[in-house]
Design a protein around this ligand. Structure first.
Ligand SMILES: CC(C)(COP(=O)(O)OP(=O)(O)OC[C@H]1O[C@@H](n2cnc3c(N)ncnc32)[C@H](O)[C@@H]1OP(=O)(O)O)[C@@H](O)C(=O)NCCC(=O)NCCS
Length: 218
């Protein structure tokens, strides 16, 4: 397996990879935002703007040149969450509101910029490994490479909105700290029905962070 940053020439391939690998993400699987094999323009706009930052990493099978996994990373700046919450009011898509509404509100409340006195945060945003390469350490290695990219780019704080139990395990193994835990089952609609029917072992959404102690550019 080869791990490299993602050149623009492979962005379309990354999008095709995500259409097959990301629908399993627990929140997506539960509310059906991205469906297997189908384009999801709201998510793909987000993926492409994140890719354009040049902080993302991919795993490529050296025998087939196929993308085995990706971790799309981006910068969150002060005020971005408030803007995203405003923009969401104009987006008429219930699954999108259910996922990003939850993530944005939790992050707004946490206000990590004030708490950790930073102007920018390195966000691990979209992690997806092709099902046939899962359970072989690809996700873990993508994390390790991403942490190196964060350090090289002078970030002081890294953050993961870990919606999957497997991502939480990876974060634990790299010394991330859990600063917020949300139990999916606690969210009910007006009829008392669960909003997020995630499958076990994906019972919690955790916000996990790690402070980097290297040279700072922010
Ligand atoms: C989450 C995901 C990227 C993990 O990728 P991966 O390459 O399989 O992960 P790794 O092989 O590095 O394993 C990471 C940890 O999860 C555990 N794990 C992974 N798949 C597992 C499975 N099916 N059952 C039990 N444990 C599993 C591994 O044992 C490892 O834990 P350990 O270090 O304690 O042994 C992959 O399952 C995926 O693409 N899922 C769909 C999209 C998604 O959920 N993205 C994450 C959003 S936060």
């Amino acid at each position: 397996m080869e791990y490299t940053s993602i050149p623009a020439s492979r962005f379309e391939e990354v999008i095709r990879h995500l259409r097959l690998s990301f629908p399993d993400e627990p929140l997506n699987a539960s509310v059906g935002l991205s469906l297997y094999g189908k384009p999801c323009s709201l998510l793909e706009q987000y993926d492409l703007s994140t890719l354009e930052e040049g902080l993302s990493v991919m795993a490529v099978d050296t025998y087939t040149n196929e993308i085995a996994g990706v971790l799309l990373n981006g910068t969150s700046k002060k005020g971005d969450i408030e803007e995203a919450i405003k923009r969401m009011e104009t987006i008429d898509n219930i699954p999108y509101q259910q996922i990003f509404g939850l993530l944005n509100n939790v992050n707004k409340e946490l206000d990590l910029f004030t708490k950790y006195k930073v102007d920018k945060i390195f966000e691990f945003r979209i992690l997806a490994v092709d099902p046939k390469y899962r359970g072989q350490g690809v996700g873990k290695e993508l994390f390790l490479r991403s942490e190196m990219i964060a350090a090289e780019n002078g970030f002081k704080l890294m953050k993961v909105d870990a919606t999957s139990f497997f991502t939480q395990k990876i974060c634990d193994s790299f010394g991330f700290e859990t600063i917020k835990t949300i139990r999916y089952g606690d969210y009910l609609d007006e009829n008392g029905q669960k909003i997020y029917n995630t499958k076990s072992p994906h019972d919690y959404y955790k916000v996990m962070i790690k402070i980097l102690h290297g040279k700072r550019n922010d």
